[in-house]
Design a protein around this ligand. Structure first.
Ligand SMILES: *Cc1c(COP(=O)(O)O)cnc(C)c1O
Length: 401
């Protein structure tokens, strides 16, 4: 059996999306900036896509900027808000310890320029409270940037509440909604979101295309300089096929969201119940308050990297930590942020189900994980120390899911 269960890393492009994209490679291939008709047709489709995406997010078309993906949108949002703040002498930014690296590393660069960054602690359940944000905002705060759903543990933050606080205090609020937009209904106006990032390849669209929504009145700083595309804020010939694919993919995701979530919730329950039976394991992140596709566990006495390679041998594609950090031996900053000690943060497993997953696949994942863990523990010196009592267990033998 082959089970792809790493949809938080990327997703397969849906056939409907591929079909919608094809004419923009071979027929309507004009440059939207060209004045002849094949260029103007491309321009029309570009603007129609902008309108359709704006509608899905509750924004207006002029507030939608196409980017090369989530990372670029995060970079541009944060840098823009920082520049706007600096002009008024505001050089303080509030974020959290468990953001995606596209956010954390951008903040680190701004820190070198003299910005002061407050990274909020995350509770053990993987959620921050809106009151933490309220308490952290100062007179000189230029930006609050907090992810909507975490990419490793799937936990969902109180975004509308945070949005209301930022609005009241007059601080720009950005959210990285890359993992949320296909699982949670988003309306930027109702939720008081000033800036938001999404990426097509996380919801069955193509890689290399995303959106930065920026509320009217927020002046963006260019990250890529050149031509006057995207109202002068993002140079480069538009990735029209990608934009069309993203538009169709987002419409599909939003239209089928409720039925997908209902289906995924059942599979999530089954998966959590199955993995909880493995001794000395624990779910990471809140049991309820998480996107329905995500299950993330820590296991004592196993090493995440070995776990995922052996699972790959069984045809199960999952991840340990995040795709960006696997390859390094550092434990996940997300698991450390929710208070997992180093020794179990290394033994983590993220399963992110697709909408087409089945009960049989979930059962196969559970069976495979249980087998691999038993095998890995059988020759782990660390596990040996736990069994002999030289080391204390961190988790109870069994937790009730
Ligand atoms: C994948 C991801 C990104 C990066 O998006 P790309 O389009 O791959 O650059 C940013 N933030 C989160 C939360 C993600 O999951």
């Amino acid at each position: 059996m082959f089970v792809y269960a790493d949809n938080a890393a990327t997703t397969a492009v849906s056939p409907k999306v591929v079909e919608a994209m094809l004419p923009y490679f071979t027929e309507v291939y004009g440059n939207p900036s060209s004045l002849y008709s094949v260029g103007q047709k491309a321009k029309e489709v570009l603007e129609e896509s902008r309108e359709r995406i704006a509608k899905l997010l509750g924004a207006s078309p002029r507030e939608i900027y196409f980017t090369s993906g989530g990372s670029e949108a995060d970079n541009q949002a944060i840098i823009s808000a920082a520049r706007l703040g600096a002009r008024k002498g505001k050089k303080h930014i509030v974020s959290t310890k468990f953001e995606h690296h596209a956010v954390l590393h951008t903040l680190r660069e701004l820190e070198k320029e003299g910005f002061e960054i407050t990274l909020l602690d995350v509770h053990e359940n993987g959620v921050i409270e809106a009151s933490q944000v309220a308490d952290a905002i100062r007179e000189d705060t230029a930006l609050v940037t907090i992810m909507y759903a975490n990419n490793e543990i799937g936990t969902v933050q109180p975004i509308a509440e945070i949005g209301a606080i930022c609005k009241e205090k007059g601080v720009i609020f950005h959210t990285d909604a890359v993992q949320a937009v296909s699982h949670i209904h988003i309306n930027v106006k109702e939720q008081n979101i000033d800036m938001l990032s999404i990426s097509a390849h996380k919801f069955h669209g193509p890689k290399g295309v995303g959106v930065l929504y920026a509320r009217g009145g927020i002046i963006l700083t260019n990250i890529i300089n050149g031509g006057a595309q995207e109202r002068g804020k993002r140079a480069g010939t538009e990735n029209l096929a990608g934009i069309v694919g993203m538009t169709v993919a987002l419409e599909e995701a939003v239209t089928h969201m409720d039925e997908n979530n209902a289906k995924l919730a059942k599979l999530q329950d089954r998966l959590i119940e199955g993995l909880s039976k493995i001794p000395y394991s624990e779910l990471n992140g809140d049991r309820e308050n998480r996107v329905k596709s995500n299950v993330n566990f820590c296991f004592e006495g196993v090493e995440g990297e070995s776990l995922l390679l052996l699972l790959d041998d069984k045809g199960v594609a999952v991840s340990s930590g995040s795709a960006c950090t696997s390859g390094s031996l550092d434990p996940s900053h997300v698991l450390l942020a929710i208070g997992r000690p180093h020794e179990v943060a290394h033994g983590s497993l993220r399963v992110s189900l697709g909408e087409d997953a089945t009960e049989e696949q979930v059962d196969y994942i559970v069976k495979s994980v249980a087998e691999v863990i038993e095998y890995l523990r059988s020759f782990s010196p660390f596990w040996g120390d736990l069994v002999s009592g030289k080391r204390q267990h961190i988790f109870a033998e069994h937790t009730v899911a």
